[in-house]
Design a protein around this ligand. Structure first.
Ligand code: DQA
Length: 150
């Protein structure tokens, strides 16, 4: 059987996402990061997925975290924050990780400033979910569940 029994999903938040709760609620809602992570955990468990969480404001730390992921996770959910739009080193590290990934944005990045409309990681991701608030992470979990069962 190829499917892993309780797939481990690494949920990664990049720069400034530790500041959720202090950021513009019109774009990012009112949950702080610990509350968002608890919600993601509560959605993942009934789907038979085991989430782990990582956040950093340091690009090199995220690069090194991605380098170490193979063997400790089966898939990735990643919201890189502003790194999404320009951080080619995150692109290359995600490629090295070599795991199925879904890109999530709380806000509707395609309807915001022009510079937010580029993602340097979306070519590596099985899907991008944006503008759905916390529910975007539920959608990402459901996408990865199907992807891993595939
Ligand atoms: C974000 C969108 C980015 O443009 C922004 O820099 C963030 C958060 C989102 O979740 O909507 O920090 O990734």
């Amino acid at each position: 059987m190829s499917a892993v029994s309780a797939p481990r999903i690494e949920v990664i938040h990049g720069v400034n996402l530790d500041q959720l709760g202090r950021r513009d609620p019109a774009h990012y809602g009112r949950l702080d990061l610990p509350a968002l992570e608890r919600q993601i955990d509560a959605w993942a468990r009934p789907l038979g997925l085991t989430p782990s969480f990582f956040q950093t404001n340091h690009e090199g730390a995220l690069v090194e975290h991605l380098h170490g992921l193979r063997g400790s996770a089966e898939a990735i959910i990643i919201n890189p924050g502003a790194w999404t739009h320009y951080a080619y080193a995150i692109h290359d590290a995600l490629e090295i990780a070599g795991l199925p990934a879904v890109e999530v944005h709380l806000s509707a990045v395609k309807q915001r400033e022009a510079w937010r409309q580029t993602s340097v990681i979306s070519d590596l991701c099985v899907a991008t979910v944006s503008g759905k608030g916390p529910e975007g992470y539920l959608e990402a979990l459901q996408i990865l569940k199907k992807e891993l069962a595939g």
